[in-house]
Design a protein around this ligand. Structure first.
Ligand code: GCW
Length: 663
């Protein structure tokens, strides 16, 4: 198989694998209770054939009735769930519905790809989160906001593109359990506003049908001011009868024209986007108006909570951007329609390498919630620097909010376990583009894969996910598996070490967000400050400062409020701390800054060296791609190390205890 074709399919490349006694199970396949003509069943059968032929050299014969070696059977169970069992040489895959069948099929193929024996197999699974979504920030001119792997494969020249990649994409998504996709940027402007009109309905419908084949609901981001821009109305006031009527008619049209439409994602009153605040209305007023319009069709409105003042005065120490999400939404807890879900970023700021968990998650007790994370590496290395994000996502999911005894983790809240609700789940800003390898750095596909797997089965560890992804995507050679794990597992902490310290965030090149600029945002309007002076650094968010720490339930609130009990990795997020402050390690804060920056660079160098050792063991193109990225990462890490260290050395006048070169 030629290299290029191979890497285009990412973890579904289905190259020949050791049989491990598995081939025989794929010889005779029978369906029971499933309709072979159903579109999702067809996809499952197609995938089964493709996988078995590619990996095992077996072409399954789909036949009626038993005896068979693989029985695909409809059974009762939770939606999207499945069970797999091997007994006496026969595997039974029970799906609770067509999607369950599809996910079970991918499970089976995954094991084959990992060269695991299917003998004695016994699993029963259902997804942990009802909604498992990827959000694209793709613009209709083909650009991608915060995209680091080429241009959009959905749009170009203000039009929709449908090609081979569309289907490959849907397969990849289904294989990791994604069941909803938003194809366009939340900043809906120009042509994208027209996606809900006749100009695009035909192509939008075709696109959505491709997703339907793989059990994926189709979503669009909406322009809140469409009544003005498309409807020619003078207003977007959610209480205006004309506005309400326009949306009702528009939604009727949308759901009639786009058969697989799940609903809409809305960014309102945020970073210059229009919203209900303009009319003196609340976020709930805006969301509910749209929710009522989509309710007759079973649609949902996913409303983002990224609402803050982006015109702040840096001189102002009282206004705190971290507070904004909570302050803007907590007062309306319980006021949202049942088909509204609030989508909340994992942290209160914006996808930094380290942030506390947003206090809105679980802070809201009567409102549907969805977690938003960013797989696109906006602040975490632009898919140049390697940064495996699954450990960070797991930290967020495992966080105890203390909202309800026994069901208080973020995972509980967003799975619906805390409130017993079904409109809940998890979404990620995706890291794909039209680069041949989808994600720029081939290793960034571990994040693409891992997010889906984690959304489906939250208990999977960051390492277990790599134990799947590496053999499926690179090689099952133990040296490759161990080396790549050795690079990816610590990579988030490495990135953190050479960039901004202890939760302070930012210090990035403004707008672009790659590379170091310690004061880049310090005197700007975005509310993102480090407040360093010659004595110390950090933002006082305790009750003596902005009071942000008080937005948490106890005991989190007190823990964060007090410099002694604040988790050290978040120390500078919550407190302004002198450089001579002694950390638990016995080091001063300034020494920690120096040490971690030297360490971070050295670790990145170690990763690059380890990768060199895989030459000839992985596909040549993949090897070269990652090697090239490591070259760029080392340049970046060195700049970060030396700029941060020099900055604090010059400010504090405190020398490095170990006398290393600081500029
Ligand atoms: O992370 C920031 C980005 C913006 C983005 C915004 C958001 C889509 O810098 O590019 O806009 O967040 O999440 O809405």
């Amino acid at each position: 198989m030629d290299g290029k074709k191979d890497w285009k399919q990412l973890w579904l490349k289905y190259d020949r694998k050791a049989d491990a006694g598995n081939g025989k199970f794929f010889e005779k396949v029978a369906l029971e209770g499933f309709d072979a003509a159903d579109r999702v069943v067809k996809s499952a059968l197609c995938e089964l054939t493709r996988g078995a032929e590619g990996m095992l050299g077996v072409t399954p014969k789909v036949q009626e009735g038993t005896p068979c070696t693989l029985l695909l059977k409809k059974a009762t169970g939770d939606p999207e769930g499945y069970a797999l069992k091997e007994e006496n040489g026969q595997i039974t895959l029970e799906g609770a519905d067509e999607k369950g069948l599809l996910y079970g099929t991918f499970h089976l193929l995954r094991l084959v790809s990992m060269e695991k024996s299917l003998a004695g197999l016994q699993v029963s699974l259902r997804p942990d989160n009802p909604l498992r979504m990827y959000n694209h920030w793709d613009n209709m001119d083909g650009s991608i906001e915060r995209g680091y792997s080429g241009e959009s494969f959905f749009f170009e020249n203000d039009d929709i593109v449908i090609n081979e990649r569309t289907k490959d994409y849907a397969r990849l998504m289904a294989s990791i359990g994604i069941n909803g996709v938003v194809i366009n940027n939340v900043n809906v402007k120009q042509a994208a506003t027209w996606l809900i009109t006749d100009r695009f309905f035909d192509k939008v419908a075709r696109l959505s049908e491709i997703f339907a084949d793989y059990g994926i609901k189709f979503f669009l981001s909406l322009n809140y001011a469409a009544t003005i821009e498309l409807g020619g109305l003078g207003s977007a006031d959610p209480f205006d009868a004309g506005v309400i009527a326009w949306w009702k008619a528009k939604m009727q049209e949308c759901f009639a024209k786009i058969p697989n439409l799940g609903g809409f994602l809305v960014k309102a009153d945020s970073e210059g986007r229009p919203g209900p605040f303009t009319y003196g209305r609340t976020q709930a007023d805006g969301a509910n108006m749209l929710a009522d319009a989509v309710a007759p069709y079973g649609g949902i409105i996913i409303w983002r909570c990224f609402v803050y003042n982006c015109m702040q005065d840096w001189r102002d120490y009282k206004t705190d951007r971290a507070r904004a999400g909570y302050d803007n939404f907590i007062g309306m807890d319980g006021d949202y329609r049942e088909n509204v879900i609030l989508q909340i970023k994992n942290g209160p700021m914006d996808f930094q390498i380290r942030e506390p968990v947003s206090p809105l998650l679980g802070g809201l007790k009567k409102t549907n919630q969805m977690l938003e994370v960013q797989v696109a590496q906006e602040y975490t290395g632009h898919q140049i620097d390697v940064c495996y994000l699954i450990p960070m996502f797991k930290e967020v999911l495992d966080f105890h909010t203390f909202c309800k005894e026994g069901a208080d983790t973020v995972a509980d809240v967003i799975s619906g376990r805390t409130m017993g609700n079904k409109n809940a789940g998890i979404a990620a800003v995706i890291n794909t583009g039209n680069d041949a390898n989808w994600t720029g750095n081939y290793l960034a596909a571990a994040n693409l894969y891992g997010f889906g797997r984690l959304a489906f089965q939250t208990s999977l560890s960051a390492e277990e996910i790599l134990d799947e992804w590496i053999p499926m995507s690179l090689s099952s050679d133990p040296q490759v598996v161990e080396t790549v794990k050795g690079i990816l597992l610590p990579s988030r902490e490495t990135y953190e070490k050479y960039t901004s310290p202890l939760g302070i965030g930012w210090m990035v090149t403004p707008h672009d967000h790659y590379g170091c600029s310690v004061d880049g945002y310090e005197y700007d309007r975005w509310g993102t400050y480090h407040r360093a002076d010659h004595l110390g650094i950090g933002v006082d968010r305790s009750d003596r400062g902005t009071g942000y720490a008080q937005q948490y339930y106890e005991p989190n609130a007190s823990a964060y409020n007090n410099v002694e009990t604040c988790p050290e990795e978040l120390l500078l997020f919550f407190h302004h701390v002198p450089y001579k402050y002694l950390l638990k390690s016995g080091k001063t804060l300034i020494q920690h800054i120096y040490d971690s920056h030297f360490e971070g660079y050295d670790e990145a160098e170690g990763f690059a060296r380890a990768w060199e050792g895989l030459e000839g063991k992985v596909d040549g193109e993949i090897f070269a791609n990652v090697k090239e990225r490591f070259g760029m990462q080392l340049y970046n890490a060195r700049e970060w190390r030396d700029q941060v260290n020099s900055y604090f050395h010059r400010l504090s006048w405190i020398p490095d205890e170990r006398g290393r070169r600081i500029y």
